[in-house]
Design a protein around this ligand. Structure first.
Ligand code: ARG
Length: 472
């Protein structure tokens, strides 16, 4: 809330603006301009990058080693204050960079003013942000790996469990629960690839681009990059301070990951509904209803499903912020961090909830077996049998099977409850051995083609997935 009238003069000029500014910003200007509430999360990265910068300035003789030492010690002290909660961030100082520099000045005096030699907040913020995102990508990778681990365990312990597989949400063919779990392991594997690919472009260093044009000081950007673990200094100073595609790429990959999480979340919601009853969730991941005592609502899954909207919102917001911005830096870009922080927080929470739910859920064999009774789920197997045993073209086999399904529909029975005579009346080539393939368990077990659903495949695929995704 504004404490003063909008447009009222603020207190005093920002000391960071030096001699050019005499008056302070209006209250409303101070409020719209400040980003400290959001970017204080970058304090550790800001301090780390400043220390590397100061060390390089000293190595190049641009700073005395005495000043560099005072700067490093002062920054360490600030970090301790922030981490112990005694540091007071001031919104009058706009952002994390100026808060830290102002505090450094209080601590070590004039030497603090030399830290900003050969840099600008433009390359500083881009550097801090990239350092932060790099660490975050590593954390998210570990969280994704944990979800894969939970899925692979569930797959292995349910490699033989048969349930209907669906297309159009209509019963299609019998599949194994393990196979279904492993489908998500693959999706999340590609999400990890996307994030690690994005990481390559995150891990380039803007520092040394200064405001936009580089600097006349004889800096050593390669040394700073090495010190901070960047792969290289960015090649073009204008690009270095203007680029936010690294953040957009993260948000795009986060959105795609969100769609995968939401699909699994949706299946959990469906399966946990008594209409399906394919899984039971414990009280740990559900909530009751204040009015309907029988309810066990899958809230965590619903929220994971919903949070995809937030992720796409963040991606959309930053895309629109960046579109049409002229080079180099514009203050518009200050709005980048809120989106990226929110997306990262959302993913952390969603991935943890997902791992928890996967470990928690108990597949319900009886409900799955009952569902297999409906929908003539082995009709394809009957058609395949006709192809194999009677050497029919698949199209003809499909037509004959259609007739048999129609008969079972009229008689309101399963395919395997028809008599041989009834089937032979439709096609005389049908023999007794057809009954073997009409059994869902056998139908699933017969799908041994590469990538298929057979239990033996699932056990092998789970072992391979462990090697591909969980090693190291
Ligand atoms: N707080 C600013 C941001 O996050 C730092 C860069 C400010 N640069 C400037 N030229 N005003 O974008």
């Amino acid at each position: 809330m504004l404490k003063k009238k909008p447009g009222a003069a603020g207190t005093s000029a920002n000391p960071m603006w030096g001699g050019h500014y005499i008056g302070g910003p209006s209250v409303i200007m101070a409020e719209i301009n400040a980003s400290i509430d959001v970017d204080k999360r970058l304090y550790a990265q800001d301090i780390r990058a400043s220390k590397a910068h100061a060390e390089m300035l000293a190595a190049k003789g641009i700073l005395t080693s005495k000043d560099a030492k005072a700067i490093a010690q002062g920054l360490d002290a600030i970090q301790r204050e922030i981490e112990s909660g005694v540091f007071v961030f001031s919104s009058a100082l706009e952002d994390v960079h100026m808060n830290i520099e102002a505090s450094l000045k209080e601590k070590i005096g004039d030497a603090a003013g030399r830290l900003h030699t050969a840099r600008s907040r433009n390359d500083q913020v881009a550097t801090d942000f990239r350092l932060w995102l790099r660490d975050t990508l590593d954390e998210l990778d570990a969280a994704l790996k944990d979800v894969q681990d939970a899925l692979i365990d569930k797959a292995e312990s349910n490699a033989d469990l048969i349930l209907p597989g669906y297309t159009h949400l209509q019963p299609a063919q019998p599949i194994t629960f393990g196979h279904h779990m492993l489908a998500y392991v693959e999706m999340l594997g590609r999400d990890r690839d996307r994030l690690s690919d994005a990481r390559k472009r995150v891990n380039e260093m803007p520092l040394g681009a200064a405001a936009l044009a580089g600097t006349s000081f004889p800096i050593d950007r390669a040394a700073v990059a090495k010190k901070l673990g960047f792969d290289r200094p960015m090649a073009n100073s204008l690009d270095a301070v203007s680029a936010r595609d690294f953040a957009l790429e993260f948000l795009a990959a986060a959105t795609i990951l969100g769609t995968h999480l939401s699909r699994l979340a949706e299946e959990i919601v469906l399966w946990a509904s008594p209409s399906f009853g394919f899984i039971a969730l414990s009280e740990a991941f559900t909530s009751g209803s204040s009015i309907m005592p029988q309810k066990r609502n899958p809230d965590a899954a619903e929220l994971v499903r919903a949070k995809t909207g937030r992720l796409l919102g963040a991606f959309t917001a930053l895309t629109v912020i960046m579109k049409g911005l002229p080079l180099a830096y514009s203050k518009d870009m200050q709005e980048d961090k809120e989106q990226v922080f929110d997306a990262a927080d959302t993913l952390r929470l969603s991935l943890a909830a997902m791992a928890g739910m996967i470990r928690d859920m108990q597949p319900q064999k009886t409900a799955m077996a009952e569902a297999l009774e409906d929908g003539f789920i082995t009709a394809t197997d009957l058609a395949d049998w006709l192809v194999r045993a009677a050497n029919l073209p698949f199209r003809d086999a499909h037509r004959i099977t259609g007739g048999i399904v129609r008969l079972a529909e009229t008689k309101k029975c399963r395919l395997d409850q028809l008599t041989l005579a009834e089937m032979q009346a439709i096609d005389k080539r049908i023999a007794k051995t057809v009954f073997e393939v009409l059994e869902p368990v056998r139908a699933a077990a017969s799908r041994t083609s590469l990538g298929g659903t057979a239990p033996d495949n699932v056990r092998r695929a789970a072992r391979q997935a462990r090697k591909r995704f969980l090693k190291g």
